[in-house]
Design a protein around this ligand. Sequence first.
Ligand code: ATP
Ligand code: MG
Length: 228
Amino acid sequence: MEPIIRADNVWKVYGTGDAATYALKGVSVEIYPGEFVAIMGPSGSGKSTLMHILGLLDTPTKGHVYVHGTDVSTLGEDERAILRRKTLGFVFQQYNLSPSLTAIENVELPMLFAGVPAEKRHKRAKELLEMVDLGNRLYHYPNQLSGGQQQRVAIARALANDPEIILADEPTGNLDTERGKKVMEIFHQLNERGKTIVLVTHDPEIAKHAERVIMIRDGEILGVKKNE
Ligand SMILES: Nc1ncnc2c1ncn2[C@@H]1O[C@H](COP(=O)(O)OP(=O)(O)OP(=O)(O)O)[C@@H](O)[C@H]1O
Ligand SMILES: [Mg+2]
């Protein structure tokens, strides 16, 4: 089976000379359709850097990223943006919702950028918010929602354009155990329905949710562990 995303010998160096930080040192990973993968490592190990590169939000200093076999570095900025929108949905630790938009407007936004007509946008955003159990919070603003609710809005937003993969960077990092559990349940449901999930975490308890755990330390892959 062909991986959806493949990183081949990826290096990321921030800064130059004495100030250079080697955030990734020859990392290769493959993400296959339908997988639930965790990328686990301590703070500063390069997890977010790797996630940004796998998510086409950043480019490697050296090495290549392939999406469905296409070397992303051969694409222009517009082509990359379209590929990102079609293939990838992002969930971040800090939710990253627009504070001036309601929950439903936040979920509609990626569809607006993708040119989806207003009525369809609204209908789908409502369905997605209902799916994450927020049908009764459509017109609340982010600051009127709890952390767990905001993160569920962010998950609904990540699903807006029906991406193949959800990339989530410490999605439960700001949540208490109970709210974190609910967010993890949603990722499981999505995975059962065929969505590929890549979850970045420092927490072994969270990583247990994944079928495959890629362990990273000091910018290098230490190994891969399969969970039951
Ligand atoms: N923009 C940047 N400029 C310089 N160095 C950076 C930059 N971003 C990250 N780094 C460095 O690269 C390394 C990897 O950072 P990264 O954010 O990927 O770690 P992480 O595993 O996500 O950590 P955390 O669990 O704390 O989020 C760290 O040493 C960090 O200081
Ligand atoms: Mg990080």
